[in-house]
Design a protein around this ligand. Sequence first.
Ligand code: HEC
Length: 159
Amino acid sequence: MKISTLPIVFISVITLSTCGKSDANTASSAPAPTPQAQSTAASAPTESPVAVMSPAERGAKVYKRCKACHTINAGGKNRVGPNLWGIVGKQAGQAEGFAYSKAMENSDVIWTEENLSAYLLKPTDFLPGGRMAFAGLKKEEDREAVIAYIKAESETPAE
Ligand code: HEC
C-alpha cells in the first residue's frame, strides 16, 4: 500500500510545481501598471523655501558680530576696535588715533587673507597679548565670508 501511494504523491508534486511556474510566468508577463508619466510630473524638483545664503549675505550676517566694536565705512570711527575699511592687505596696527595693544602695535603682520583668517579663528592664539576680545569664528566658511565682505565694503571709495 505504502509503495503504491508514493508515485502518486510524486506526480502530484511535479504537477503542482509546474503549475506554480506557469502561474509565475503569467504574472510577470502581465502588463505592468504605467503611472510613470504621472509620478515624474509630481516629483518635479520644488524650490526649498529655506533659502541658502549667498556668500555676500553670509558675510554681512557674520559681520554683525564685529559691528559692536568696528566700523567698516571709509573714514569710519574707531570704536572699541579700529575702523576696518581697506584692512585687507594692510599692515596691522595702523588705524589713526587708535590705541592698539603693544602686541598689535609691535607686530609686523600684514593682513593677508591667510593672516586674517588665522586671527579671526582665535585672536588670542594668533596674537598673544592682543586686545580683541572676540572668541573667534570656528567655521572656515564664516571667516571666508566675512573677509570677502570686508573686501567688498572696502571697494566703496573714501568720501
Ligand atoms: C569686543 C570687540 C571686538 C569685536 C566683537 C571684534 N573686534 Fe576686531 N578688534 C577689536 C580690538 C580692541 C582690536 C585691536 C586689538 C589690539 O590692539 O590688539 C581689534 C582689531 C581687529 C583687527 C586688526 C585691525 C588693525 O588695524 O590691524 C581686525 C582685522 C579685526 N579686529 C577684525 C574683526 C572682525 C572681522 C570681527 C568680527 C568677526 C571683529 N574684529 C570683532 C575689538 C573687537
